[in-house]
Design a protein around this ligand. Structure first.
Ligand code: ATP
Length: 337
């Protein structure tokens, strides 16, 4: 890796808008989103259900489900625009540079094939990454050890012989098979019991350290954000409302009222298994968005301008960015609430 590579973000999402449908019924599941994942980051995308988290995650690999499509902006992986890549370049990228564990990882195994056979198929499809299928298998067994699973038993296992927690860790090991530098996970702990959630978080922390891996994960669980992430993007109705470090999001006095409401709705962000609880009012329907700030109808601090103009994301000197007229007016005055 040369010097300029080291400074190029692993992933750069630039002014990205992803739409479903066309004409008057079209919705923008992701709107005007920009974020950068640097080498070594553990980046959380958090928000309530339907706010566009999964769509944003899928766009990072160019796997947005149809009829979704990028209608503005771009996604670059190590400085290369995904939209400019050929199908074979994209296939290579998805396996060997950025890999995803889907939310439905639990159900994504072929029920009539062993885990080992599925791994061999993957190795054969990506011939050349390893010297031989045996070398690829040896690497997979090493990964199984890292996700704390018994090698022989898993290699021969069918899906129905694995528990939910095991399937999630097998899916992580498979996603890492071809040495990606970025792992994207959609709700990695959601369907698991508390013990398995903890195990998956431990495993991800270790993989991050041992494999020099960058991680992006989507969650609605603030406790998981507090435990695992070092950077956070909070989404509301398709847009980013706040981005920053975990410390900034949880403790900075300058915070988006939505983020503040989310955090104050839980007794302790370090307590396990606490979801983003509903706060007064509802997330707007993306097909009928209010004028101005999307959060204004639920916001205790809303001013007249909030019902008129969409607030831009404004970053302070450290890069902590908030999209709120009230908060940013105070920043300009040099005070915070
Ligand atoms: N295949 C699709 N066709 C039409 N609309 C879709 C499709 N997938 C997602 N959407 C719309 O995009 C919006 C964002 O969905 P997305 O799944 O990205 O949100 P999310 O925050 O990940 O929610 P959840 O946590 O419930 O998965 C939703 O309003 C949804 O209706």
């Amino acid at each position: 890796m040369n010097d300029s590579d080291q400074h190029t973000p692993v992933l750069s999402v630039n002014d990205l808008t992803v739409s479903f449908g066309s004409g008057p019924g079209a919705i923008r599941a992701v709107e005007d989103v920009s974020l950068q994942v640097r080498s070594g980051d553990i980046y959380a995308i958090v928000g309530e259900s339907g706010c566009g988290k999964s769509t944003l995650a899928y766009s990072m690999l160019g796997v947005i489900p149809p009829p979704g499509r990028i209608t503005a902006g771009r996604v670059d992986v190590r400085g290369r625009d995904l939209a400019s890549m050929s199908r074979s370049q994209l296939n290579h990228l998805r396996a060997a540079e950025v890999s995803i564990v889907f939310q439905a990882a639990m159900n994504s195994f072929n029920p009539v094939t062993t885990v080992g056979r599925q791994v061999e198929d993957l190795l054969e499809a990506h011939e050349g990454v390893f010297e031989s299928v045996a070398a690829g298998r040896a690497h997979f067994e090493e990964l199984l050890g890292m996700v704390r699973l018994p090698t022989q038993r898993i290699w021969r296992a069918y899906e129905h012989q694995l528990s939910g927690g095991m399937k999630q860790r097998v899916a992580i090991a498979i996603a890492l098979l071809l040495h990606p530098s970025l792992l994207v996970l959609d709700e990695p702990t959601t369907a698991l019991d508390v013990l398995n959630q903890r195990l998956v978080l431990d495993v991800l922390r270790n993989l991050h350290a041992e494999l020099d891996l960058s991680i992006v994960f989507v969650t609605h669980d603030l406790a998981v954000v507090a435990e695992l992430a070092d950077r956070v993007a909070v989404m509301y109705a398709g847009r980013l409302v706040e981005t920053g470090t975990v410390d900034e999001i949880f403790t900075d006095a300058r915070r988006h009222p939505y983020v503040r409401a989310l955090i104050s709705a839980i007794p302790s962000v370090l307590a396990r298994g606490l979801d983003v609880r509903p706060i007064a009012g509802q997330v707007p329907n993306l097909a009928e968005l209010p004028r101005g700030c999307r959060f204004a109808p639920r916001c205790p601090l809303a001013m007249p301008i909030c019902r008129e103009a969409e607030p831009p994301l404004v970053a302070d000197r450290s890069g902590h960015a908030v999209a709120c007229h009230v908060v940013n007016e105070n920043l300009l005055e040099g005070t915070t609430r």
